[in-house]
Design a protein around this ligand. Structure first.
Ligand SMILES: Nc1nc2c(ncn2[C@@H]2O[C@H](COP(=O)(O)OP(=O)(O)OP(=O)(O)O)[C@@H](O)[C@H]2O)c(=O)[nH]1
Ligand SMILES: [Mg+2]
Length: 435
C-alpha cells in the first residue's frame, strides 16, 4: 500500500520588530544587517525597525521615553509578534519594554543563545548552551518573579522560610555547578585526545573566522569531510577534526564555532572549551568572506582578532585566507591583493586555489621535520615501534636480514633519540648489507 507522507511545511516565521540604540554617525543599515541575519537564522522575519540615535541606551526604557511612544506605535502598525533589541538589556529595561508594548522582548544575547540552542547537536554542545542560558537567566530571575507578582500571578509553593525565587535560584545554581563539572570532565577527555595528537606530532590547523564565512565548506573541501554547511549564522557549534595529506604527510584541520562581534560573554565562557581547539593548534587559518563590503570585512577581522585575544590565542601563527573569491570581480580581487598581499585568495565552494592552500600549510611546517634514513636492527625491535609511535610518516621501508631500513621524516626534536641509527643516503645500501 502506498503511504503518502505529507511534506513537512516550512517552519512559519515569526514577525519580529527591531529596536536599536546607535551612537551618532553609525550607519543603521550596516549595523542592523547582522541583527536581521540573526533574526532570520532564529526563524524570525524582521518586519520593521526603530532606530534611536543617542550616545548610550536610556537606563529604564532603553530607547528613551519619547522614542518609546513611537516604538509602541510602529510595533503595533507592523503587526509584530516579538521585539528584538540590538543589545543585552538589563532586567529593568526588559520589563519596561514588555509592559509598554505588551509584547515578548528578546535581546541580542537571548537571540544568539536561542540560535545556539537550536544548533547544538553534541552532548557537550547542549551542556554548554544550557550553562550559558542559566547564566543569562540567573540574574534575571528576580525580575521574572517580580513581574508575575505585579501582575498578580501566583508564585507557587514555597519551602518553609524560603521564597519561590530563592528555591529556583538554588536549583539553578546547583545545576550550574553540575554542568560546569560535567563540562570540565568532557574537556579533560578532549585534552587526552589532543595529547594523543601531540604525541603523533601531526601538525594541526584550526579554522577561525566570523560566522558564515565558509569555514565548514573549507574543511569539507580540504579533507573530504561532510560537516553541515548552511547559509545561516552559527551553523557549526561543535569542533570537528579531519585530516588531509600532502606528499605523504598528514595535517589535521579543526573547524570550530564561528565568531561574532559582541559575542555574549556567557557564550565566550561556555564555549571556551570548544575554542581551546583553536588554542592548541599549531597554525590558525583566519578565514574571511572576501565578498563582504570593506567596512564589514574590517569589522569582522577585528572581531575575530578580539576573540582570539580573549581566549589567549593571539600569539599563534596566523594565515589569512580570503574565501568566496568566486563571488568577487577582478577589480576587487586586485584591490584585495593589494590590501592583503600575503593572503591566499580561495573559493572553498569551487575548489579554486585549494591545492595552493594545502601547499602553503605544508610549507609552514616544512622546517619541523627532517628527512632521514635509519637502519633499525631487529634485535632492537623496540626502536621500530617507537618510530611508528611518533606518527612520523614512513616514506619507504625495506626489510633486510638483520634489520629494517626506513626512510622517514622525523620531527627535529626527536632526531637525537635516533641519532645512532642514522645512515647517510649513499651509505644506506652498504649499511644494510653490512648488518
Ligand atoms: N560563493 C561562495 N560561497 C561559499 C564559499 N564557501 C562557502 N560558501 C557559502 O557560505 C555559506 C556559509 O558556509 P559555511 O561553511 O556553513 O560557513 P561557516 O563559516 O562554517 O559558518 P558557521 O558554522 O555558521 O560559523 C554557505 O551558504 C556556503 O555555501 C565560496 O567559496 N564561495
Ligand atoms: Mg560552520
Amino acid at each position: 500500500m502506498l503511504v503518502v507522507i505529507p511534506r513537512q511545511p516550512e517552519p512559519a516565521l515569526e514577525r519580529g520588530f527591531i529596536a536599536a540604540v546607535l551612537a551618532q554617525g553609525i550607519d543603521p543599515d550596516d549595523e542592523l544587517a547582522e541583527l536581521r541575519e540573526l533574526a532570520r537564522t532564529a526563524l524570525v522575519d524582521p518586519v520593521g525597525e526603530v532606530v534611536q540615535h543617542r550616545p548610550r541606551p536610556e537606563r529604564r526604557t532603553y530607547v528613551g521615553k519619547g522614542k518609546l511612544e513611537e516604538l509602541k506605535h510602529a510595533y503595533k502598525e507592523a503587526g509584530a509578534e516579538v521585539l528584538l533589541v540590538d543589545d543585552e538589556l538589563d532586567p529593568a529595561q526588559q520589563r519596561t519594554l514588555e509592559d509598554a508594548l505588551q509584547a515578548r522582548v528578546v535581546d541580542r544575547t537571548q537571540l544568539i543563545l536561542d540560535i545556539f540552542a537550536q544548533h547544538a547537536t553534541s552532548a557537550e554542545g547542549k551542556l554548554q548552551v544550557e550553562l550559558a542560558q542559566l547564566e543569562y537567566n540567573l540574574p534575571r530571575m528576580r525580575g521574572m518573579w517580580q513581574h508575575l507578582e505585579r501582575l498578580g500571578g501566583g508564585v507557587g509553593t514555597r519551602g518553609p522560610g524560603e521564597s519561590q525565587l530563592e528555591t529556583d535560584r538554588r536549583i539553578a545554581r546547583r545545576r550550574i555547578t553540575l554542568l560546569r563539572r560535567r563540562l570540565r570532565e568532557l574537556s579533560k577527555q578532549r585534552d587526552t585526545r589532543r595529547k594523543g595528537r601531540r604525541r603523533a606530532e601531526t601538525p594541526t590547523v584550526a579554522l577561525a573566522g566570523y560566522t558564515n564565512v565558509g569555514k565548514s565548506t573549507l574543511l569539507n573541501a580540504l579533507t573530504g569531510a561532510d560537516v553541515s554547511v548552511e547559509n545561516r549564522l552559527f551553523e557549526t557549534l561543535d569542533p570537528t577534526t579531519r585530516g588531509f595529506d600532502v606528499d605523504g604527510r598528514r595535517y589535521l584541520v579543526t573547524d570550530t564555532v564561528g565568531f561574532i562581534r559582541r559575542l555574549p560573554t556567557q557564550l565566550v565562557e561556555g564555549f571556551a572549551a570548544t575554542l581551546e581547539e583553536t588554542l592548541v593548534a599549531d597554525l590558525v587559518l583566519h578565514v574571511v568572506d572576501a565578498s563582504a563590503a570593506d567596512d564589514r570585512l574590517d569589522e569582522q577581522i577585528a572581531a575575530v582578532n578580539g576573540v582570539l585575544h580573549e581566549i589567549g590565542a593571539d600569539d599563534l601563527p596566523v594565515e589569512l585566507v580570503l574565501n568566496k573569491i568566486d563571488a568577487v570581480d577582478g577589480l576587487r580581487r586586485r584591490r584585495l591583493a593589494n590590501r592583503f598581499p600575503e593572503a591566499l585568495q580561495v573559493a572553498a565552494l569551487t575548489g579554486y586555489h585549494l591545492d595552493e592552500l594545502r601547499a602553503r600549510i605544508a610549507m609552514r611546517f616544512a622546517d619541523r621535520f627532517e628527512a632521514v634514513r635509519l637502519f633499525l636492527p631487529y634485535d632492537e625491535g623496540g626502536k621500530l615501534a617507537e618510530l611508528y609511535a611518533l606518527g612520523a610518516p614512513i616514506e619507504a621501508r625495506e626489510d633486510t636480514e638483520t634489520g629494517v631500513l626506513v626512510r622517514a621524516r622525523l620531527p627535529r626534536r626527536e632526531l637525537r633519540r635516533f641519532a645512532q641509527y642514522l645512515v647517510a643516503e649513499a651509505r644506506s645500501e652498504r649499511a644494510s648489507r653490512a648488518h
